[in-house]
Every structure is written in structure tokens, then in C-alpha cells.
Design a protein around this ligand. Structure first.
Ligand code: SAM
Length: 473
């Protein structure tokens, strides 16, 4: 049994452990491979069986199991998250319910993701009994110890080539790219065009980079400072304050720029929403579902970019107190004075009616647009995650719209890719509220002029988002 399974997992039932009676680990690599396999198995089942988000499960596991070094953490974390990305295919291998099947899944995952820990992958391959020569695999990347960044994989440049490999390797089983997301996703997020459908699967099967925003600092200066501490930061083609921080995880608290409030993590797709709000420097905005204030901070930063003496301000509200406390910390770190909080205490507005130049409703939603970062959610959630939301979304939008003053702006946004939570909610609202009309906007990534704007993840390597801007007459 792998040595990763220590006393911290003692309340796990035996069925939580991989039963390895038919595998003999002899070499050091084999022993480590076995240990990783056990840990990944345990974490995978904790996520799937208990429906707990993988991020939280992994975070908690490493908090308790401090003995893991950085390579262990990387192998376990990346293998686990990769398994959710490919679970639509791997689940077909799991039907055998044997330890060999688990090793086959680990080997297939590591191979199609071109992971760098070759000694471990080789051991998993040996335990699985797979004949990897069958499908001409053998993608290698530059780092053999798993500590460095992976070289880009030339073996599997796209999801179709990965699919071909699976079909060749595991024949007579059949694999199709559409299966990488659950069937219900296509029902509530229909895409007719085959090329777009493939692009959607391709993006949902890969991780976006870490996107951030420079605030209170010139973007080029921020990028220079980040490059000096080996963060591969670069600008984006779309917004002047956006910084792409690459794919490697970063210790933000070790970055002076972050500690000084000059760098905020915010996905580029999410940044589109602030630009569609387009607040003027002296505006008063209400961020109605602010969470920890990603958009509040962006709105304030956009005001200050127009005028450092900006007199504008933002009131942030949420039904949860903790994120509002976090927002207050972030605003303090940035030195932003114009942000205050006003929590929701009931269905009554926590702010005055007909008072704001702009109201942003970044509504609670199914979060299907964030599946690239949380690949487990597609298997934990069911279609109800989408179908349950529109009634609440329309209710929040309806109530919050009362705070918009005449001539003011109302923006509705979600990180859902489903028209049920997006266009249909906005259309239902417009049908009952004749004072509001929709305004068209330019999609920043496609250049299309459109009334309601969906940011698809494949357009600019982002999360998926939706945003619509309305005006009160
Ligand atoms: C999509 S998140 C907001 C993300 C945030 N705007 C940001 O940029 O980080 C939706 C937020 O709506 C809040 N929420 C849920 N139900 C709500 C309700 N009935 N009224 C107001 N806020 C609600 C949630 O607590 C959550 O923080």
C-alpha cells in the first residue's frame, strides 16, 4: 500500500482505498507511483462520491499531509485535475473496476496531457499491463523530474489527436470528443456548428492561463517587475491593463506588486464585464452580487484610469458577509477609497431606489463558463445546476433594476454558457420592464456588434461569460 495513505485518512472506509493485491512495487519509482496512485484514487473518489469541489478536497489534503514536497503535490494535483478533464473517456475504462483499470486511466491521462514525470508514468504503464506501443505514444517533454515547466506537447497538439490515440490504444472501445462534457451540457448549451463545438470541447479540456489586471501602475512597468522575478508575464491584445501570467502556479503573497495592491487576479473574460459597464470617472455604481469584489475593484480602477482624482464610487453588496470582508481587504490593499459595502439583509434593496448611474448584476449561476479551471464541476453538477437558476436570476435582476436612475445603465452578467441563464433571463426581464431597453456592444474579442454578448472560452483563452447592457429611459 502506498505510503501516502497515512493516519490522516484513518476515517476513510476501506472501499476508499485502492485494493492492490495483484501489484508488486519493487523499484523506488514503482513504490512512488503506487503511492501517488493511491492518493489520487482517494481524492478522486472523495470529489465524485461526496460531491465536494476538487480544489477544496486537494487543499484540505495538503493542509493535513504536510510531508508532501513540491513534486509530490504537483504530480497529485495535476494528475487529479487531468482525470476530471478526461473523465468522459476514462469512465469507459473504469467499468472493469480493477486496480489495472485505475493504472490504465492514470497512464492514459498522463500520456495525453504529456506530463513530465516519465518514471512514474512508466511504472503506472507497467502496473496497467497496457501495451503503449500499440498507438505510437511516446510524447516526451523537456523536464524529466517534473519540477520544471512542461515543454509544449508536439505529440498531441489538439483534442482530436488525443481522441485518435484513445481509439487506437483502447480499441474496441470507442471515444468521441463530444463525450468530454456530460450530455446534459449540450442540451442546455447547444452549439450547432461542428467546428465551434470542437473548439468548445478543446477549450474545456485545457487550462486557461492566469489572467490579471494592473492597477495603480503602468502595465509595462508591472510586466517588467514580474519578469524580473521570473514570472512569465506578458500583455494581452485586448485591454491595456491586462496581464497574462502564464500557466504555472504563482505564490502571490511572495510578489511585492500583489502585496502593494497593484496586481489583481481576474480572468480576461471576466474583465470584459467591467469594460461593457464602462463607468465614467464620476459615476456612482452598485455592484449587487459583488462576492469578494473582483468587478468592484475593476470598475474603480477603470474610473481612476480616466482621472486619478476620480470622484466616482461603488457600493458593493452580497448576501454573504465573508466575501465582503475580503473585498474590503482588497480595496484597502489597492488604496481604493471609493468602494463601500452594504450587505443584503432581506429582499429589500440595501441601497436607495433610482439612485445609481450604473447597476451591475453579476448573478449567481451554474458557472459552466468556469469549467476550464474546475474540471470536476462538469461531473459533480447535473442539468438542474442550470435549470434551477433562471427564476432566481430574473428575480434579482428585477429587484436590482429599481436602483438604476433614469438614463442610467443596468448590466446583467453571468459566467454561464447557457442561453437559459443568459438571453432568456434578459428577454424575460425586457418583456416585463418597458422602461429598460437593450444596448448593443462591441465584442472585444470578435469585433462583432451585438446586443447580448457571450464570451466563448475558445475566443481568447479565457473563462466563458455572458453580459448584456440595458438603459433605463
Ligand atoms: C457570480 S458570483 C459574483 C462574483 C463577483 N461579482 C466577482 O466579480 O468576483 C455571484 C454572487 O452572488 C451572490 N448571491 C447569491 N444569491 C444572491 C442574492 N439572492 N442576492 C444577492 N447576491 C446573491 C453570491 O453570494 C455570489 O457572491
Amino acid at each position: 500500500m502506498g505510503d501516502s495513505l497515512n493516519s490522516s485518512q484513518s476515517n476513510s472506509t476501506p472501499k476508499d482505498l485502492l485494493s492492490i493485491t495483484d501489484v508488486q512495487a519493487e523499484t523506488t519509482s514503482q513504490k512512488r507511483a503506487l503511492s501517488y496512485a493511491n492518493t489520487i484514487y482517494l481524492l478522486f473518489h472523495q470529489v465524485m462520491d461526496k460531491q465536494q469541489p476538487a480544489d477544496r478536497v486537494v487543499g484540505e489534503y495538503f493542509r493535513i499531509n504536510k510531508k508532501h514536497g513540491s513534486k509530490d503535490r504537483r504530480v497529485i494535483r495535476e494528475s487529479l485535475f487531468a482525470m476530471f478533464r478526461w473523465w468522459g473517456w476514462l469512465s469507459k475504462l473504469s467499468e472493469a473496476q480493477s486496480s489495472q483499470a485505475w493504472f490504465s486511466m492514470l497512464t492514459a491521462t498522463a500520456t495525453i496531457e504529456s506530463h513530465a514525470w516519465h518514471d512514474i508514468i512508466q511504472a503506472w504503464g507497467e502496473f496497467s499491463g497496457l501495451d503503449l506501443s500499440k498507438s505510437g505514444s511516446g510524447s516526451k517533454s523537456s523536464s524529466s523530474d517534473g519540477s520544471g515547466p512542461d515543454a509544449p506537447s508536439t505529440a498531441f497538439p489538439c483534442v482530436s489527436s488525443k481522441c485518435e490515440w484513445m481509439n487506437a490504444q483502447f480499441s474496441p472501445l470507442k471515444f468521441d470528443t463530444d463525450e468530454l462534457v456530460p450530455e446534459w451540457f449540450w442540451q442546455v448549451c447547444p452549439i450547432e456548428d461542428a467546428a465551434q463545438r470542437l473548439a468548445m470541447v478543446q477549450s474545456l479540456s485545457s487550462r486557461p492561463p492566469i489572467w490579471s489586471r494592473a492597477q495603480n501602475i503602468d502595465t509595462d512597468t508591472a510586466i517588467e517587475q514580474l519578469n524580473r522575478v521570473d514570472v512569465p508575464a506578458k500583455s494581452s491584445d485586448y485591454f491595456s491593463d491586462t496581464i497574462n501570467l502564464g500557466h504555472k502556479s504563482i505564490n502571490l503573497n511572495g510578489l511585492p506588486l500583489y502585496k502593494e495592491g497593484k496586481l489583481e487576479i481576474q480572468d480576461l473574460g471576466s474583465q470584459v464585464i467591467g469594460h461593457i459597464c464602462a463607468p465614467k470617472e464620476s459615476d456612482l455604481w452598485w455592484d449587487t452580487c459583488s462576492g469578494a469584489g473582483g468587478k468592484s475593484l475593476q470598475l474603480r480602477s477603470l474610473m481612476l484610469k480616466q482621472n486619478v482624482q476620480s470622484t466616482g464610487s461603488i457600493i458593493a453588496s452580497d448576501i454573504r458577509r465573508k466575501p465582503l470582508e475580503e473585498l474590503a481587504k482588497r480595496a484597502k490593499r489597492a488604496g481604493f477609497k471609493g468602494i463601500s459595502v452594504s450587505p443584503w439583509k432581506s429582499d429589500e434593496l440595501p441601497v436607495p431606489h433610482a439612485h445609481f448611474d450604473g447597476v451591475l448584476v453579476d448573478a449567481p449561476c451554474s458557472c459552466t463558463g468556469t469549467w476550464r479551471r474546475n474540471p470536476d464541476m462538469r461531473w459533480i453538477d447535473a442539468v438542474e445546476a442550470v435549470q434551477d437558476k433562471p427564476e432566481l436570476q430574473l428575480d434579482i435582476l428585477r429587484r436590482c433594476s429599481q436602483a438604476v436612475k433614469r438614463g442610467g445603465t443596468l448590466v446583467y452578467a453571468t459566467c454561464s454558457l447557457s442561453p437559459l441563464e443568459n438571453e432568456e433571463v434578459v428577454n424575460a426581464f425586457l418583456a416585463e420592464q418597458s422602461e429598460f431597453t437593450i444596448e448593443s456592444s462591441t465584442h472585444p474579442f470578435t469585433g462583432n456588434e451585438t446586443e447580448m454578448l457571450t464570451v466563448f472560452p475558445f475566443e481568447a483563452d479565457t473563462d466563458g461569460m455572458f453580459v448584456a447592457r440595458m438603459r433605463r429611459s
